[in-house]
Design a binder for this molecule. Structure first.
Ligand code: C2E
Ligand code: MG
Ligand code: MG
Ligand code: MG
Length: 288
């Protein structure tokens, strides 16, 4: 059974739980309940333009505030939601909530981009692009303000069958980002066929950067490759100012990580921007 965790800590479910069908049913019910009773929330982590220090946009990251188990990490419950067939509904809620938040920020004079994370299961929904288009229209959001992050492994897995969905999303004008790049065994031949404008270097490459010349060589090569394919490069998991400096020197366009800010509730974003003393990238910077 799940370990009880004190306030604020994440609950980690182990493999033995995954095999327990009673527990599975309970979790499935709990996830459904979470969706219907407002236990899910999006937190927002800024992406920072490396050269100017301006806010390039925000990534929306899902949080589950379980009434008894505390905060549950998406790395735990997203795979469960995928297995239980609930990721479609949860993903639809994420799309809706991110667009609603963009509209709220817009009304407050904050013009920015928001990135959402898409599960490979969502890519299998032939109506995904329609769903996103409807949400954008309903909230009056420019498609270019929405970024869809899809992990490299999910992209590879779905390239052949779900290529049409990717093309539809690109045609819609939303921006696609390849998430966790470098962990997904993609062949370089695939890469050039993915209609993505952004490539996010996985944080495993960033963590060893200051001490490891090989890690620097890898980042250097990835940046050159991405730029040659006209993609913007984001480095994720930037935790130290040394890493920040090295990544900027290596040509990364955008940086994201705890050194700038942890993911925060939308309500804290305005305050964070004020403390930072900077305006987000304004309209001209939003052009593709
Ligand atoms: P991701 O999209 O690669 O998100 C980056 C993760 O790294 C986030 O974890 C973020 O909080 C964390 N992070 C950011 N900066 C740093 C840093 O400097 N150091 C370290 N150690 N970590 C950092 P989080 O929020 O727990 O999300 C984990 C994963 O769950 C995400 O990885 C994404 O794959 C998935 N996920 C999150 N939200 C959603 C969602 O709405 N839908 C789907 N399908 N998946 C989601
Ligand atoms: Mg992501
Ligand atoms: Mg990532
Ligand atoms: Mg990840």
């Amino acid at each position: 059974t799940a370990k009880r965790a004190g306030g604020g800590t994440c609950v980690v479910y182990d493999q033995s739980m995954a095999g327990d069908s009673t527990e599975q049913l309970a979790l499935r019910e709990a996830l459904r309940h979470a969706l219907d009773h407002g236990e899910l929330q999006l937190h927002y982590q800024p992406k920072i333009t490396a050269q100017s220090g301006e806010v390039h946009g925000f990534e929306a990251l899902l949080r589950w505030h379980h009434p008894e188990r505390g905060l549950i990490s998406p790395s735990t419950f997203v795979p469960l939601a995928e297995r239980f067939g609930l990721i479609g509904s949860i993903g639809a809620w994420v799309i809706e909530e991110a667009c609603a938040q963009l509209a709220r920020w817009h009304a407050d004079g904050l013009h920015c981009r928001v990135a959402i994370n898409l599960s490979p299961y969502q890519l299998r929904n032939p109506n995904l692009a329609g769903q996103i288009r409807d949400a954008l229209l309903r909230h009056g959001i420019e498609p270019s303000q929405l970024v869809c992050e899809i992990t490299e492994s999910a992209l590879i897995e779905t390239m052949n069958t779900e290529g049409a969905t990717l093309a539809e999303l690109a045609a819609l004008g939303v921006r696609l980002a390849i998430d966790d790049f470098g962990t997904g065994y993609s062949s370089l031949a695939h890469l050039k066929h993915i209609p993505a404008g952004q490539l996010k270097i996985d944080r495993s490459f960033v963590s060893g950067l200051a001490s490891d010349a090989d890690a620097r060589a890898m980042v250097d090569a990835i940046v050159r490759l991405a730029h040659a394919l006209r993609m913007e490069v984001v480095a994720e998991g930037v935790e130290t100012s040394d890493q920040q400096r090295l990544l900027a020197e290596l040509g990364c366009d955008v940086l994201q990580g705890f050194v700038f800010a942890r993911p925060m509730p939308a309500a804290e974003v305005a305050q964070w921007l004020q403390a930072k003393g900077s305006e987000p990238a304004s309209a001209p910077a939003l052009a593709p």
